[in-house]
Design a protein around this ligand. Sequence first.
Ligand code: SF4
Ligand code: SF4
Length: 150
Amino acid sequence: MIDEARDGIFHCRMCGRCCEGCGGIVVSPGDIARLSAFLHLASDEFVARYGERTAGKVKIRSGDTDYCIFFSKEEGCTVHEAKPAVCRAWPYFRGNIVDPESLGLAKGFCPGISPYVGHDDFARLGREYLREHNLLASNPTCEALTLILP
Ligand code: SF4
Ligand code: SF4
C-alpha cells in the first residue's frame, strides 16, 4: 500500500536529467563497497576506474557525454541495484522534504515526480522511504549531505 502510494508520487521516467553533469555524485565507503561488489571489482580498482578524488572525497566520474559514467541512454542507470545512496534518495532530498518551494522546483526538473502531489504527503512518504532504506543522514555508512536527519 505504501509502495503504491509512493509510486503515485514518484516514478522514474529514466530521462537521465539527474545523471547529467560532472562530479556531483559523492560516494561513501559503503557505496564503494556495494558498487565494487556489484561490478566484481576490488574497491581500489573500482575507484581507479570509475572514481575521481576531490577534496578528500570520491566522486563518480562522468563519461564522454557529460553524463555519469554509469548512465546509458538505452538502459538508464546500469548500476541501479547498487547505485550510490544519494541516487537512491532522490527525490527525497532534505530541501524537498522541508521546503515546499524546493519541491516545486524539483517537480519542474524531474518528470518522475507527480505534479499533483502535495508537500505534506511527499514529505511524509519520503521520510518513510528514507528510514526504510537506511538513507537517513545519521546512518554512519551514508555520507550524502542531501539526506535528512531522523
Ligand atoms: S530526473 Fe527524475 S525521471 Fe529523470 S532519471 Fe532522474 S529521477 Fe528519473
Ligand atoms: S549512479 Fe546511476 S542513478 Fe546515479 S548518477 Fe550515475 S547513472 Fe544516475
